[in-house]
Unconditional design. Sequence first.
Length: 55
Amino acid sequence: MSETKKLVPVRLVYDVWFQEGERTDAGTVVPLGLEEAKLLIAAGKAVRADPLPGE
């Protein structure tokens, strides 16, 4: 599986609109493509929600 197609779980810090008129509430854990997850995390709109190694 390529890096860009891998889904990673992130917890939203702010409400996000992935599609027009469809709000996803802050606190929701959503699986996103790696690139989209990186963009939201860099913008401060999400944080990683995957377990640390060994958990």
